[in-house]
Design a binder for this molecule. Structure first.
Ligand SMILES: Nc1ncnc2c1ncn2[C@@H]1O[C@H](COP(=O)(O)OP(=O)(O)OP(=O)(O)O)[C@@H](O)[C@H]1O
Ligand SMILES: [Mg+2]
Length: 405
């Protein structure tokens, strides 16, 4: 097995083990989700692994997991919502809802919903600060106005001054969209729900729709809430384009109606934040739900110097302020991710040198890791090239001009 498929396999095994454990504890909804997930991962694994014995084993396991999941499903749909035990309740409200300690009791309805979305939708608070993101001052300000203030100071947003309910971040890959969403979530202290659209789709047909309606329901119950839908182009492709399956179409329609029906009142703010690096693929109906569209462009000179700093923090170096500026000058159309990759490459160099010289083998010897230098960066820049092209950039700018704010 290659390392990728062996990881997938181990992942599936882990999910299945957890499913069985949850099943034994009577946490049926969570167990069902885990069984589905384990089967899902094994199916993906089978796309890569052609070993016949392995495939037979996988098929058998998939069948077993699906069988058990179906039993649980019909059991769950036939019973009244299960009331969670008190100990279980408070632990779930903290760990899974990411709620502040003020919220303790979770009603059985909330519990059911939380159980259902766990596994696909992440609800823990990310720990990204504005300062971890270099540059993008305008974007940060826009997000403060659109997300942080309406949630922190809802009394300012009454009457005609109502907050935008849908906000879309768009721009080239690796420029901080996901990072910004996380920082906004940390800052506004709302309950944060994060769902990758690809994940929503890869769920079982029928499950996706329930998942989405569950997500919006619990977000309403737990308002103020911020729902982050990353890579929204995956579920919101233009109608009729490409091979769209019936399932995908249903998911899209449902998402549309949920966002449409979003009623964010000033005492219960509920915002949807989408992110995409393919804005032109988004269905116009979906696009119109995102009233505010914010362009997250490639980092400018000052931001690039800042990104180099952030990603070499805590590492011994002899770089001066001028060196950071020189690096920024040399990396004109590099994205934040490209620069982070350059830094990772450079940071590893001194360690790799030590390793190759055999100095790391003798554990009794104390080794000194050398400082990183400007020359290291220049060498790395020859290897790590930017992922964005000028042609692509023009496409973002054109789109921003036509549909951005
Ligand atoms: N302005 C920035 N400051 C610091 N680091 C950055 C910045 N922009 C990007 N990065 C680095 O690049 C990585 C990728 O950024 P992020 O995931 O936010 O990109 P994205 O815009 O969501 O990309 P994609 O469209 O591919 O999802 C980050 O984890 C971070 O390490
Ligand atoms: Mg992203």
């Amino acid at each position: 097995m290659s390392s990728v498929d062996s990881k997938l396999y181990q992942y599936a095994v882990r999910e299945a083990k957890e499913a069985v454990a949850l099943d034994n504890q009577g946490k049926y909804r969570q167990a069902m989700n885990k069984y589905f997930r384990a089967a899902d991962i094994l199916m993906q694994f089978m796309k890569y692994n052609k070993n016949p014995q392995m495939r037979t084993l996988c098929k058998k396991n998939i069948e077993e997991y699906l069988e058990r999941a179906k039993v649980l499903k019909s059991h769950l749909s036939g019973t009244k919502p299960r009331r969670a035990r008190p100990a279980e309740r408070s632990s779930v409200s903290k760990d899974e809802a990411g709620a502040e300690s003020g919220i303790e009791a979770v009603s059985s309805e909330e519990q059911e919903l939380l159980d259902m979305i766990s596994g696909t939708i992440v609800t823990e608070s990310p720990n990204v600060k504005w300062n971890d993101i270099a540059g993008l001052q305008n974007v940060k300000q826009a997000l403060r106005e659109a997300i942080v203030l309406p949630i922190a100071k809802p009394e300012l947003f009454t009457g005609a001054r109502r907050p935008w309910s849908g906000i879309l971040l768009f721009g080239p890959p690796g420029c901080g969209k996901t990072l910004l969403a996380k920082a906004a979530a940390t800052e506004c202290k709302a309950t944060f729900f994060s769902a990758s659209s690809a994940d929503l789709l890869s769920k079982w047909l029928g499950e996706s729709e329930k998942l989405i309606s569950g997500l919006f329901k619990i977000a309403r119950l737990k308002a103020p809430s911020l729902i982050f839908m990353d890579e929204i182009d995956a579920v919101a492709t233009k109608r009729g384009e490409g091979a769209e399956s019936g399932g995908e179409r249903r998911v899209k329609t449902q998402l549309l109606s949920e966002i449409q029906g979003l009623k964010s009142t000033h005492d219960k703010p509920l915002l949807v934040l989408g992110a995409t690096n393919r804005p032109w693929d988004i269905d116009t109906a979906m696009l119109s739900r995102f009233e505010k569209r914010v362009h997250v462009p490639l980092p400018d000179l000052k931001a690039r110097a800042g990104i180099f700093r952030i990603h070499t923090e805590g590492v011994d170096s002899i770089l001066t302020d001028e060196d950071f500026v020189e690096l920024a000058v040399r990396t004109e159309i590099y994205s934040g991710r490209d620069i982070a990759n350059v830094c990772r490459e450079v940071i590893m160099l001194p360690v790799r040198e030590l390793d190759m010289s055999g100095l790391l083998e003798d554990s009794s010897k104390e080794v000194k890791v050398r400082d990183i230098t400007l020359k290291d960066f220049k060498n790395a820049l020859k290897k790590v090239k930017p992922m964005t092209t000028k042609v692509l950039l023009r496409q973002y700018n054109d789109w921003a001009e036509e549909f951005g704010e």
